[in-house]
Design a binder for this molecule. Structure first.
Ligand code: MG
Length: 150
């Protein structure tokens, strides 16, 4: 269990991850968490910084799939480019079925897929359970935590 909670890599922010470094790792597909990874918690749409980051990934030939425990209606609000994939099928992170759904969009290329997220018990654990690489980032802000505290 302990190893399943240990990310393979850590960055302070999604935006610190270097595309060339991903290429060196032979990563071609990214499963991306939304809240507190791509945008601040509860943001309704993708912001400019997130859009630029994803556009750059797509331009460089990466495939990107948004994977969130949010409602499918909300996740779809983040899709403004048909190249951005998303999976809102059955399950919640860290259930394997949720990650397998996203992996299917990447032709089940486990070795070429990486999940990036801010939560050990959803993003990292779920990714580890299906055998993909995992990158932990710090939450963009601590709102999520504060909401749980009150
Ligand atoms: Mg998150």
């Amino acid at each position: 269990m302990k190893n399943l909670l240990k990310p393979d890599y850590y960055f302070k922010s999604l935006y610190d991850i270097d595309i060339n470094w991903l290429k060196e790792l032979n990563i071609k597909n990214l499963i991306l968490d939304i809240d507190n990874t791509l945008v601040s918690w509860g943001t309704k749409q993708i912001d400019e910084r997130g859009q630029m980051f994803i556009n750059n990934l797509l331009k460089e030939g990466f495939r990107v799939c948004l994977l969130s425990n949010s409602s499918s209606k909300r996740v779809k609000n983040f899709i403004n480019n048909e190249l951005i994939l998303y999976y809102t099928g059955f399950g919640i992170k860290p259930m394997k079925i949720k990650f397998l759904g996203a992996l299917k969009l990447f032709d089940n290329k486990i070795d070429e897929t990486c999940v990036i997220g801010d939560q050990i018990f959803t993003d990292i654990l779920g990714g580890k359970r299906v055998g993909i690489k995992t990158i932990l980032v710090d939450p963009i802000d601590s709102k999520e935590f504060l909401q749980l505290s009150f």
